[in-house]
Design a protein around this ligand. Structure first.
Ligand SMILES: [Zn+2]
Length: 316
């Protein structure tokens, strides 16, 4: 089993669910084929004209996903844990910068890290906000891999396999970094993650937005490597995230605070070629504006509005 899947891989018929005609986010049934992820059996990436997610026409079965992720973590090349980010501290600071601590805040920051592996990113966010939270952070880590949490000063973890296992509470920050694209039917997950925010809380998600880039590649083989099926079963870019609250019926209580090309995953020190290429591609958005979509990844910050104004004012 150890070599069953690598990066983009061919999935045999026995490991595929039947085709589902409806969009896994909004239910729309008239989707548009945008890329052939594999042939025999054919799996297409279908673009939804309503919510703008692009999703695989056929999802891997539960058993195939278990095998896939069993291998993914067992073969993890990163000795620091299951984090796919070269410099998690930089990502932690970037998330922390967008968060405005409440005036009437508790002494500890409450973070939900969904699909967070060993919780490194959440721990870095807590440490980046240590000036505002002398009590450190309480991180609820939800990850199917069961990876033990990282040891980080000022951070207390509780670890759960699914969201349903985690005790219900309100969070200041909810992180879903590079995880939604792996979930065949992510709508209920996305709803739970947004609903887990307290007033003034911030949701962060980072997803692949590879389809425009894949379509520019000289061969389908390279395009397929970029799209990384069956690891990634969705491509979620600018239009998806810009409209997500309307699609989910949550626009009244939440707003998109920031929606932009995602932070570059690689550092010049560890992956110089990939880091330079990613920076160049993402810089195109600033140069050419919203028609330029060859950015490879997207990130969004969604804030939950304050309901009742908390005593002592709103936010900083
Ligand atoms: Zn849709």
């Amino acid at each position: 089993m150890a070599t069953y899947y690598h990066r983009a891989a061919h999935v045999p018929e026995v490991d595929l669910r039947p085709p589902d005609p409806s969009c896994p986010i909004c239910g729309h049934t008239e989707r548009i084929p945008r890329y052939e992820l594999q042939s025999e059996p054919e799996v297409l990436l279908l673009g939804c004209p309503r919510c703008h997610v692009a999703s695989a026409s056929r999802m891997p079965t539960e058993e195939a996903l278990d095998r896939l992720y069993g291998c993914y973590y067992a073969g993890d090349p990163n000795p620091g844990g299951s984090c796919t980010f070269d410099d998690p501290e930089r990502l932690g600071r970037a998330i922390a910068r967008e968060y405005s601590p409440r005036v009437d805040r508790d002494p500890s920051l409450r973070v939900l890290d969904f699909g967070g592996g060993d919780g490194t990113i959440a721990a870095k966010v807590v440490q980046a906000l240590a000036h505002a939270y002398p009590g450190g952070g309480e991180v609820t880590l939800v990850d199917a891999s069961g990876t033990p949490p990282t040891d980080a000063e000022g951070v207390r973890f509780s670890v759960h396999r699914t969201i349903a296992d985690a005790p219900e509470r309100e969070f200041d920050l909810v992180i879903a970094s590079a995880v939604l694209e792996h979930i065949p039917y992510p709508r209920p997950v996305l709803l739970s993650l947004l609903e887990a925010l307290g007033g003034g809380g911030l949701f962060y998600a980072r997803t692949p937005f590879m389809l425009p880039l894949a379509r520019c590649m000289p061969t389908r083989r390279i395009g397929r490597e970029l799209l990384c099926y069956p690891y990634h079963v969705h491509d979620m870019g600018d239009r998806f995230w810009d409209g997500v609250l309307e699609v989910l019926g949550m626009a009244g209580e939440y707003h998109v605070r920031r929606s932009r090309p995602s932070i570059v995953e690689q550092t010049m020190r560890r992956h110089p070629v990939r880091a330079a290429a990613a920076r160049l591609l993402k810089a195109g958005r600033r140069l050419f504006g919203p028609h330029y979509r060859l950015v490879g990844g997207w990130e969004v910050f969604v804030e939950r509005d304050h309901g009742e104004m908390p005593a002592g004012g709103d936010r900083r």
